[in-house]
Design a protein around this ligand. Structure first.
Ligand code: SF4
Length: 504
């Protein structure tokens, strides 16, 4: 799949070139900048965004440190959060993270295979590591490309000692012990049919105010264009009490915002049979100290009305739903194996629109899927109008290895895909101009995420996940993680501007 084009400003995000599949935004992150992801498409590291160093919240390891590691992470929020857990596991095993690969004894590379030619890029990067092999360093390749390429990685990069897909991360301590014992070709590749999830108390969360909790791993949907079911394995959910324990621990540590993560969170199936996804959502939202709960991503096929009812009933559940449609044409949805029609999708949208509070909606779109006609594209364009999304993440289709769509003729020339993408983005920009304008003079709660000293603005985010840049007459700027009341004074297609109100 191609780099995402998003409506509006790309700013610094251009350098971070973002991808998106099913609501999981994709980002290249290097050690130690792990996984602070912003679903506005602005996948910026906390250090980049506010000039403050990233803060680690880790499981406590107090022993003597003699082992060091460096980790480089590519990919979506799932990958970023996997790296947070891998880092926590390594630290718990007595490793210390370093910021420069030159200082590391172990170099880990957490890969993503969504991008075009991802595997070539991985081998290119591994080639750069090659020069360090004489320094006694060890190398590990993790993630989707590791799963996809498997032992071929050892053949092409014999200095790599460990290759593991995400479904095997729970076995990391054992694999690390074998690595330390000098074993050469360690693999974690055979767990895609497991029922177990990667659960650990040791998570090196980068942002001290908001963090992810994975509630479901893998995917059983097999959309025709997507590699995820092949790289992340079958769908498996965590027990609700385990998720709630983690939420309670995070609240104790001072987190106020939690984002429940999964390829399809609303396919969640509590193995202890106690809670539906909507009930789990409400329960996490009821944890004392938690002020905001988000979830991503939802599959329209499994989107049930009780999710909207939960948002209506529990004020801490954010008023935002990301519901990827991918196409507005029922014929293309069928070809994509999405298992719903345009009408089915719009019925779910009507539930969201009927909620007691206004819920912001965002989506993902693939343009130029094999067989897409001008009429199909028009169906997508009219769906944008009909729904009135606050943001879309749209990208051109490109074939991915091992997926059913790879056997379909990629019939649409790249320049046609690019032109179609442009049509949709321009249409969406007009929609956003109108939808953001309706917030003028509105008063909203904003969580502080950064300070833009150049513009003398505080940067924050609303419950609807909209960027709000605001000024304050206070001499001391509100701290990161604080919630402030802001009146909106200006609107743009991708952000809001306002002034902080004093609330007595
Ligand atoms: S197969 Fe479909 S539902 Fe599953 S992760 Fe891929 S795009 Fe999402």
């Amino acid at each position: 799949m191609n780099w995402v084009k998003r409506t509006g400003r790309m700013e610094a995000e251009a350098a971070m070139a973002l991808l998106f599949v099913e609501g999981l935004s994709w980002v290249r992150l290097s050690s130690p900048k792990v996984g602070v992801n912003h679903t506005d498409g602005g996948n910026r590291n906390e250090e980049d965004r506010c000039g403050n160093p990233a803060v680690l919240v880790t499981g406590a390891y107090t022993g003597k440190v003699s082992k060091t590691f460096y980790i480089e992470t590519f990919g979506c929020q799932m990958n970023a959060h996997d790296s947070e857990k891998v880092i926590g596991t390594l630290e718990q095993q007595g490793y210390a993270r370093v910021q420069d690969e030159a200082d590391a004894g172990l170099i880990l590379y957490n890969t993503c295979s969504i991008r075009d030619k991802a595997e070539q890029k991985v081998f290119h990067r591994l080639n750069e590591y090659k020069k360090m092999q004489g320094e006694g360093k060890k190398f590990a390749v993790l993630g989707c490309v590791a799963q996809q390429e498997g032992e071929k990685i050892f053949d092409r990069a014999p200095y790599v000692s460990l290759v593991s897909g995400s479904a095997s991360y729970r076995n990391l301590p054992g694999m690390l012990a074998r690595l330390e014992a000098g074993e050469q070709r360690i693999t974690g590749l055979d767990d895609r049919q497991t029922d177990e999830t990667f659960e650990t108390e040791f998570v090196a969360r980068t942002n001290p105010h908001r963090g992810y909790i994975t509630i479901i791993e893998g995917c059983d949907k097999f959309c025709a264009y997507c590699v995820v079911p092949y790289t992340r394995g079958k769908e498996r959910s965590r027990a609700a009490n385990s998720v709630l324990d983690e939420a309670l621990r995070m609240a104790d540590q001072g987190f106020t915002e939690i984002q429940l993560l999964g390829q399809n969170v609303n396919s969640y199936h509590d193995p202890s049979q106690k809670m539906s996804f909507a009930e789990l959502l409400a329960a996490v939202g009821s944890v004392p100290g938690i002020k905001r709960v988000r979830f991503t991503t939802s599959h329209p096929r499994d989107f049930t009305k009780d999710i909207v009812d939960a948002i209506d009933a529990v004020p801490t559940l954010c008023d935002h739903v990301h519901l990827p449609v991918q196409s507005g044409s029922t014929a293309i949805l069928k070809a994509m194996n999405r298992e719903y029609t345009r009408e089915w999708y719009l019925e779910r949208i009507s539930w969201i629109k009927a909620a007691k509070r206004e819920i912001s909606m965002t989506s993902d779109i693939i343009v130029g899927f094999p067989g897409e006609t001008d009429e199909d594209l028009e169906d997508t364009a009219t769906l944008l109008d009909e729904v009135g999304y606050d943001q879309i993440f749209a990208f051109k289709y490109s074939p991915r290895p091992n997926t059913p769509a790879v056997t379909m003729a990629d019939s649409i020339p790249d320049e046609v895909k690019a032109a179609r993408l442009q049509v949709l983005l321009e249409r969406q920009r007009e929609i956003q101009k109108r939808s953001y304008a309706r917030h003028l003079n509105e008063v909203m709660d904003v969580m502080v995420e950064g300070h833009n000293h150049q513009r003398k603005q505080v940067v924050g985010r609303s419950s609807q996940n909209k960027t709000v840049n605001f000024t304050t007459s206070d001499l001391i700027l509100p701290a990161l993680g604080n919630y402030q009341t802001v009146r909106i004074t200006q609107t743009f297609p991708n952000s809001l501007v306002g002034e902080m109100l004093r609330v007595n």
